[in-house]
Design a protein around this ligand. Structure first.
Ligand code: ATP
Ligand code: MG
Length: 392
């Protein structure tokens, strides 16, 4: 067993010694069987939250109303969730009530896909009630139980299906795919922040193509903010994206560039997706740079503006068919005389000392100097810059 499980074994043993059941569940079990590295180890147990809290010295109530308590053990946190069944979803996104149960089977039944419904005992023995091992072996994503019911209960699962297809490079089985097509419009009921998480995992996954194909074929794309008018662009992207992008901001840059959004339309687009403000600034800059790279080389001023986003813009331009200019761009950028306004040899204060009137014009004058230094028309030394503004 991977070290993460070995370290967590005493936690399961403590719960079992107290007379309860406890298992490793979820992504860590799936990824271990696939031979992939794991991040966090989740535990499911028959013990109720208060019973868990009584067994360990250090716990944190991370979601006690859903049955989740974090156990802290030797510096590691283990999310420990009481077996539960989820009944009657009326709003397509959240169970109306969570019922704690004492049976593992009930708990595994409410999980989304067979590959995510495996449990592992402390000694490594796998509990496989829904043929998840076979689906792992044959690389298939299959809903647990009746797929129509499962997507009707929780529409986010449809986005989870396509993101796992990308992350694992798996297929979605036909009945599950058909049920997604039937329920795609329910995605509109899901908080966009949650859809966003899955979309970004799809784009940064191993084989985005593998997730984008069902995303397009089932019509899920039509229920994502501002995607409906970009069918051709998305289909084209599906054909190009043979491997995942570096990070979330690159994914957004890729979409903005492929949609050919003017800079002014980047912010409304990302606001509809409720991304962070910092993401908006980055994507505005990077998508503009990527669009320029698609058209040809960057001049010194454009390189300077691209700044820390040059690699990201290049990654996007390459996906969209431009030649890879990463080395060239890195070298040309490094060779720029300055990389930031703060590196200019003079400040506004120096200009005032030299007799320039304070006011809005001062900022514009500094901006002119910055441009001329970056583009090599002036050298970045104080006397030369002062002379330039005082003689004009
Ligand atoms: P990752 O590696 O991305 O964390 P994961 O499978 O662990 O993948 P989580 O979102 O961490 O995914 O969820 C943990 C487990 O909880 C899943 O493996 C699955 O069994 C269950 N689960 C999560 N979300 C849902 C859902 N919407 N419906 C049903 N079961 C879910
Ligand atoms: Mg997980």
């Amino acid at each position: 067993l991977p070290q993460e499980f070995e370290l967590a074994r005493p936690v399961l043993q403590t719960i079992e010694r107290a007379g309860y059941e406890a298992y490793f569940v979820g992504g860590s079990v799936r990824d271990t069987i696939l031979g992939k590295p794991i991040h966090d180890v989740d535990i499911a147990t028959s013990a109720y939250p208060n019973e868990i809290k009584g067994l360990f010295h250090r716990t944190v109530d991370t979601g006690i109303e859903h049955g989740t308590v974090m156990i802290l053990d030797h510096g590691t946190g283990y999310e420990t969730t009481t077996f539960r069944s989820e009944s009657t979803y009326t709003d397509f996104r959240r169970p109306d009530q969570v019922t704690f149960v004492r049976s593992l089977e009930e708990d595994l039944k409410r999980r989304d896909f067979t590959i995510n419904a495996l449990a592992m005992k402390e000694d490594g023995q796998i509990i496989d009630l829904f043929d998840g091992l076979n689906d792992l072996k044959t690389h298939q994503i299959r809903a647990v139980g009746d797929p129509q019911e499962r997507f009707h209960e929780d529409a986010l699962r449809m986005m989870r299906a396509v993101r796992f297809a990308s992350q694992l490079d798996f297929d979605i089985v036909e009945p599950t795919l058909a049920a997604i097509t039937d329920h795609a419009e329910l995605l509109a009921k899901i908080a966009v922040e949650r859809t966003q998480v899955e979309l970004l995992k799809l784009f940064t996954g191993r084989k985005p193509q593998r997730g984008l194909k069902p995303f397009m074929e089932t019509g899920l794309w039509q229920h994502c903010p501002d995607f409906a008018v970009h069918e051709d662009a998305l289909t084209d992207l599906m054909q190009r994206l043979t491997s995942g992008v570096s990070d979330a901001e690159t994914a957004w840059t890729l979409l903005a560039t492929q949609f050919e959004l003017p800079v002014a339309e980047v912010s409304p687009f990302l606001k509809h997706w409720k991304t962070a403000n910092q993401t908006i600034a980055t994507v505005q800059n990077a998508s503009q740079t990527a669009q320029r790279l698609r058209q040809g080389d960057l001049n010194a001023w454009q390189l300077y503006q691209g700044g820390t986003n040059l690699a990201r813009a290049n990654e996007v331009a390459v996906i969209l068919g431009a030649p890879d200019r990463e080395t060239e761009l890195t070298q040309a950028y490094a060779a720029l005389p300055i990389h930031d306004k703060k590196q200019l040899a003079i400040t506004g204060r120096d200009l005032i000392k030299a007799g320039i009137q304070p006011g809005p014009q001062l900022g514009a004058t500094l901006g002119d100097l910055e441009f001329q230094v970056v583009t090599g028309q002036l050298s970045n030394d104080a006397p030369a810059l002062i002379k330039q503004v005082t003689t004009n």
